[in-house]
Ligand binder design. Structure first.
Ligand code: NAP
Ligand code: GDD
Length: 360
């Protein structure tokens, strides 16, 4: 291994954010180690395009280790072996609705896993920076807009678990001097979004309906409002947090919120369909307690990290619909593809000195 390369360890590397973060860090010249859990089917689909096989004589900078954040077991050993400069803890049971069905499991995996990793860092004596994937869901019933000073009012077992992880991250920063940050990220989406989150469920349904594979789309509460951003931009914010002189906590979001209904308008409207003809309400998708309105006030991130989101709601929807149409073998309208090629230059990630002007 090249001693000059920085080393990152990513939990949840097989997820939406983990896969984008791995790409981002590789482009920046890191060696990236990821923790994956053993499954009976391949769970590395989102990493296939960046995986290199050492048996082919390829230069390898992405390394995968089996582990489970539900147990301390080998976490400390992996951290000791890898000696990371930065740890990004993204793994979680991340579905809010599911957390009502699996509350104690979610508490364990989404909440306690953070203290498992922080303890492993402490005991291994590794000098590493730590990123905790905190969530806007922690704001819950707090009125919008929400920022770093907004009092939390969690509305789900998921949010309560994330709140524990948030506070224990702050506690280890203060008690043991660990460089530990909370990124309080608002919803962020992409063509790699898990299929059961509402945005992806909708864009897949648009493609499925056009392909004649699906007749209806069953949803729950259409009135909830979310601040939806584009996931690849959010992993850059994670990295920026760990490059500062002092560790701190930051809200990350676009500052624009839309309802599920508006997402439907935009996604179906883009391909000339009226969602009212296809959407059916199913009570099963309602939550015992809902979070009505999340809207980020991300001025701190803008001022201190220089982080500014570039893609808006309309663009995000087009990118996702195009991708899902192409996945089922349909020609897409292509506006999303165009936006990506014009506005979102992945190669800028290789340039560490992006100015504020270039971002806007
Ligand atoms: P995701 O797509 O659901 O990915 C979750 C990752 O965690 C997957 O890699 C999953 O592995 C892994 N994982 C789950 N349980 C595990 C276990 N017991 N041991 C090891 N790995 C485990 O989530 P995401 O959207 O990328 O989000 C990343 C993180 O940010 C999560 O902590 C989420 O709660 C948080 N967050 C997300 C958003 C958002 O809008 N996306 C906003 C705020 C915060 P498998 O692939 O094997 O399932
Ligand atoms: N998933 C889902 N499925 N949500 C639906 C549906 C449906 O059929 N119908 C309506 N909704 C509503 C939900 O009730 C919620 O108000 C909103 O759509 C968004 O739901 P999700 O896409 O599941 O996301 P979330 O906001 O609950 O949670 C996501 O964002 C959090 C950050 O605020 C997840 O990524 C969390 O991990 C993340 O922390």
């Amino acid at each position: 291994m090249d001693a000059q390369r920085k080393v990152a360890l990513v939990t949840g590397i097989t997820g939406q954010d983990g896969s984008y973060l791995a790409e981002f860090l590789l482009a920046k010249g890191y060696d990236v180690h990821g923790i994956i859990r053993r499954a009976s089917t391949f769970n590395t689909r989102r990493l296939d395009h960046i995986y290199r096989d050492p048996h082919n004589g390829d230069e390898v900078h992405l390394f995968l280790h089996y582990g489970d954040i539900g147990s301390s077991g080998n976490l400390a050993e992996i951290i000791r072996q890898v000696q990371p400069d930065e740890i990004y803890h993204l793994a979680a049971q991340s579905h809010v609705r599911v957390s009502f069905d699996l509350p104690d499991y979610t508490g364990d995996v989404t909440g306690l896993s953070t203290v498992r990793i922080l303890e492993a860092i402490r005991h291994a004596g590794v000098k590493t920076r730590f990123y905790q994937a905190s969530s806007s869901e922690m704001f819950g019933a707090a009125p919008p807009p929400q920022n770093e000073r907004t009092p939390f009012q969690p509305q789900s077992p998921y949010a309560a678990a994330k709140l524990y992880a948030y506070w224990v991250t702050r506690n280890y920063r203060e008690a043991y001097g660990i460089y530990a940050c909370n990124g309080i990220l608002f919803n962020h989406e992409s063509p790699r979004r898990g299929e059961t989150f509402v945005t992806r469920k909708i864009t897949r349904a648009v493609a499925g309906i056009l392909a004649g594979r699906q007749k209806h789309l069953y949803l729950g509460n259409l009135n909830a409002r979310r601040d939806w951003g584009y996931a690849p931009e959010y992993v850059e914010a994670m990295w920026l947090m760990l490059q500062q002189d002092q560790p701190d906590d930051y809200v990350i979001g676009t500052g624009e919120a839309h309802s599920v209904r508006e997402f439907l308008d935009e996604a179906f409207g883009y391909v000339g369909l009226d969602w009212n003809d296809y959407v059916r309400i199913d009570q099963r998708y309602y939550r015992p307690t809902e979070v009505d309105y999340l809207l980020a006030d991300a001025r701190k991130a803008r001022n201190q990290l220089g982080w500014i989101p570039r893609l808006g709601f309309r663009e995000l929807v087009r990118i996702m619909v195009d991708a899902d149409m192409e996945l089922v073998g349909l020609d897409s309208p292509g506006e999303g593809r165009q936006i990506l090629s014009k506005q979102f230059d992945w190669h800028r990630w290789q340039d560490q000195s992006i100015s504020m002007e270039q971002r806007t």
